[in-house]
Ligand binder design. Structure first.
Ligand SMILES: CC(=O)N[C@H]1[C@@H](OP(=O)(O)OP(=O)(O)OC[C@H]2O[C@@H](n3ccc(=O)[nH]c3=O)[C@H](O)[C@@H]2O)O[C@H](CO)[C@@H](O)[C@@H]1O
Length: 364
């Protein structure tokens, strides 16, 4: 069996693709994969670490305003379709899967024009532009929230959840602790700002650092690759940063997630699928810089069920964040209640569900 996977730009589109690849491998010993992404998204580095063959096309997204850039984007899209067709004709896949981000537009479109079975995966309750465009060309659309259904042709939609939910389960927390040098007798808070980091979260965490030194818990703080040097420079002026482990990015997130007690993060849909699969409590700070404010909708899907607390970026500061963290972490009853509510929202068998959709269309 041969499978092409495409998705990229940010981790929220890439990790579900890789989780699905792992699920496919579980069911098929003889399977070849090709990942088509871009050179400049996060996918190149992440996919290469996983030893999956990677090919790149050039593509950018549309600007909301009319502009010359959009003319260039159309030209790139058409070129992307033609390069994708070449890759697909050479590789001859049985099925092509798109997991979102601009890059899967030309790849999945080219596949449908070549009559190769196609499926797209939409992580968010409010679908992205690429998936909305692809909806009329693909065979099936795997979704994670009931709310996403109304944006797509009904007969193509299957509620599967996010394959990454399955991947974070059954990990060894001890390995996660060891990889970061965490103590096993202290509770742990993991703070990160999505796959690229978030300036506003970084600013709030830096304000909290002096107070964290005296706390009876430990913090793993992920800055995002692009923000790391600046954060470390600011750290130099802070005398005591004990209790805090700072990283630019975490590559073994499933192991680390299994070792922590509370998450502070943006409200990207893939992170939320991981958090709910594990039944972790969270403080969510939705990014206000995303299309149609969709992260706030993602966050509400947890906070409405008391599985998370939502903090808006405008109100965020170090003191407030610290008090919210302690309100959960130092209150065992609250912690247990939030864990239960979070677990109830998870779809742990999502990877198998997406695999079944893919299998069904590729057998036809
Ligand atoms: C700014 C933007 O457009 N964000 C979108 C993007 O977010 P983003 O890429 O930030 O997506 P998510 O938060 O959903 O997922 C991040 C993924 O990266 C992983 N991770 C993160 C940090 C780290 O150090 N190591 C690591 O492995 C997480 O475990 C997770 O698997 O895709 C999501 C899923 O479509 C959308 O909901 C978000 O709105």
């Amino acid at each position: 069996m041969k499978v092409v996977v495409s998705g990229g730009g940010t981790g929220g589109h890439i990790y579900p693709a890789l989780a699905l690849i792992n699920e496919i491998k579980k069911h098929n010993s003889n399977v070849e994969f090709l990942y088509i992404g871009t050179e400049n998204g996060l996918e190149k580095g992440i996919v290469e670490r996983s030893e999956i063959d990677f090919k790149a096309i050039e593509i950018t997204g549309f600007k909301r305003r009319l502009s010359f850039e959009n003319v260039k984007t159309v030209t790139r899209f058409l070129k992307g379709v033609s390069v994708s067709k070449k890759y697909l004709k050479d590789f001859k896949p049985d099925v092509v899967i798109g997991t979102g981000g601009y890059v899967c537009g030309p790849v999945v479109y080219a596949a449908s024009k070549l009559n190769i079975p196609t499926v797209i995966h939409e992580q968010n309750s409010l679908p992205g532009v690429t998936n909305k465009f692809l909806a009329r060309y693909v065979n099936k659309i795997a979704i994670c929230f009931e709310d996403a259904k109304k944006y797509f042709p009904e007969h193509k939609v299957v509620l599967t959840g996010n394959p990454r939910a399955s991947e974070v389960l059954g990990q060894d927390p001890e390995k996660g602790r060891r990889s970061l040098g965490l103590k096993d007798n202290l509770k742990t808070v993991l703070i990160f700002g999505g796959s690229r980091g978030a300036k506003a979260i970084n600013e709030a965490v830096l304000q909290m650092i002096p107070a964290l030194a005296k706390k009876p818990y430990q913090v793993v703080y992920v800055t995002g690759e692009v923000h790391y040097d600046k954060v470390m420079e600011e750290m130099r002026s802070l005398k005591d940063s004990s209790n805090v482990i700072i990283k630019p990015f975490i590559h073994n997130m499933p192991e680390v997630l299994s070792a922590v007690d509370l998450i502070v993060s943006r409200a990207g849909a893939t992170s939320l699928a991981e958090i709910t699969a594990l039944g972790l409590p969270s403080i969510l700070i939705p990014s206000p810089y995303v299309t149609a404010n969709h992260q706030e909708k993602n966050a509400s899907s947890l906070s409405d069920h008391e599985a998370a607390i939502m903090l808006r970026e405008q109100e965020l500061n170090g003191n407030l964040l610290l008090s919210k963290i302690e309100g959960i972490l130092l209150n065992d009853m609250k912690l247990t209640e939030m864990k239960r509510a979070s677990k109830e929202l998870g779809i742990p068998d999502a990877a198998l569900r997406v695999y079944q959709v893919m299998k069904e269309i590729s057998m036809k």
